[in-house]
Design a protein around this ligand. Sequence first.
Ligand code: ADP
Ligand code: MG
Length: 585
Amino acid sequence: MVDQIAAGEVVERPANVVKELVENAIDAGATRIEILLREGGARRIEIRDNGQGILEEDLLLAVRSHATSKLREPGDLEAVASLGFRGEALASIASVSRLEIVSLPPGQKDAAGLKVDFGRVDGPRAAAGSPGTRIVVEDLFAQLPARLKFLKRASTELSHCTAWVERLALAHEGVGFRLEHEGRQLLEIAADADLDARCASVYGSGLAGRMLPIERESGPLSLCGRIGPPESARRDARRVDLFLNGRWVRDPRLLRAVREGVREFVPIGHYPTLCLALAIPPDRVDVNVHPQKTEVRFRDERLVFGAVLRALQETLASSRWSTRSLGPIGGGDAPSPGGLGTSARSSFPGSLPSTRPGSGSAFPSGSGGADFVRESAPDPDAAPRLPLQSGPETQVVGPVLAVANTFLVREVQGGMEIIDQHALHERVNLEELRRELQQGKVVAQPLLVPSLVDVGRAELDLLVRRAEVFTQLGVEIEAFGETTVAIRTVPARLTRLVPEKLVRDLLAIAEENKTATADRIAEEALHSMACRGAVMAGDRLDADALEGLLKRGAGLPQDRTCAHGRPVRVFLTLEDLEKAFYRRV
Ligand code: ADP
Ligand code: MG
């Protein structure tokens, strides 16, 4: 079994110690865990729990490498149900710090203690203690200058420690947590706090109050969690907490499923605020991949990724965020108690975004036909932040004005609205095509003269193999000789589609999704065609076209973002305008 378990570094910084010790307390069945830190944990970490404790005669074993009480026979490794199982943590920590354990298993008369000073064992001997276990780790790396050098400022180390306590607290209902730094309490969660209460402590009550529940069953898999509104999205995944059977995991493919699942709701390249717990029978996952155990392998990957993706899509699609109502830009979130909400709060726009006059446009200025290029290689910094909060249904008050043949500006109740004409058209196309597809088939428009496009042999083969899906989408493609395809129809709504480009796009999609299902191909193709068939930034629209576009846009089920996740509309409230002109502070 020792050989099966790849040895590895467990301890790099105080946060790893906190994580390992708190996990041990959870494995020991504790319902209350206290974490007391000094100097970001580098000077001192103390963890107290009320769990089952360690018998005096087991103390020495507990700090021995590869000694664990959590696996009893080789087969146990196939279905790990505890957080720990390597038996490495205490041994590693004891070799790089001054460690003290005092434990009193409930029901025993006397507590016993053990000290290990940078690997030198002292004890076990009788000690004074209350039921449960208390572990103190002092002077981490003090005798290892090379390691010490890599520790960051106390505030940085503290934020890593805090992140782990928050994650574990989110994932373990039934366990109470208290975190204290230099005598100041940073987090307090009662054992009976439910997930909403836990989210409020971790994300701040303002954000937590706007998070939506996710509850799904999918075969052997169950999903439960909360997702924050689009405006709480951020460019990094720091607010994405995924748990697998109580264990926090960071799996690149799972993160991709998350990005896919939210892609029509948050700007491109952004991640939502999300905590999502996956529960799956332990024998269907392999957690023995990484020493720090944040990577896992699923026996049935498609099932898991598909379930995550669908859970997010379905939750978001039925949310009020998918309606066309938008709220004002700006406004901060209420500060959260205990000073812990900073990371959550900083994800909110605290003031007007870069659409503020004078700060330069967040959008590159329109030049005809450039949209597609820009969207396939978006500059994440160019993406504007989304307006905060959903507001009442938009009521149009004034006429529309096109600025730079790109932005449509008009007065609406409570302020003004700016629409990106390309983004709106793209979204309109997407929704309309999707509806047609759901009703059976996209309405096709035969071309007077079929368009012939030259492709390679392999490419032709690829296209023809997917011809059925493309036909459903209103694009009839067939082989016309060995290296030429003929396009006979295009979707009737997309009169702007250029057959040559269409073929290239479909080819790229077929190539990237060689093994994908037809549904997947259809979805990708819909996105691509919706964009290609839309007016571009810089295209002049006459009054009729403008009106037609706005009318089609008014009845959309979701028009918050274009198919690429860029905003369709930005709403400035009167208050925002007053602020911009210093009429209001
Ligand atoms: P692992 O958690 O992988 O078993 P550790 O080195 O973290 O390895 O811990 C070694 C053993 O010490 C555990 O298997 C457990 O029996 C015991 N132990 C550690 N911490 C606690 C605790 N807080 N309460 C009870 N037992 C503990
Ligand atoms: Mg452990």
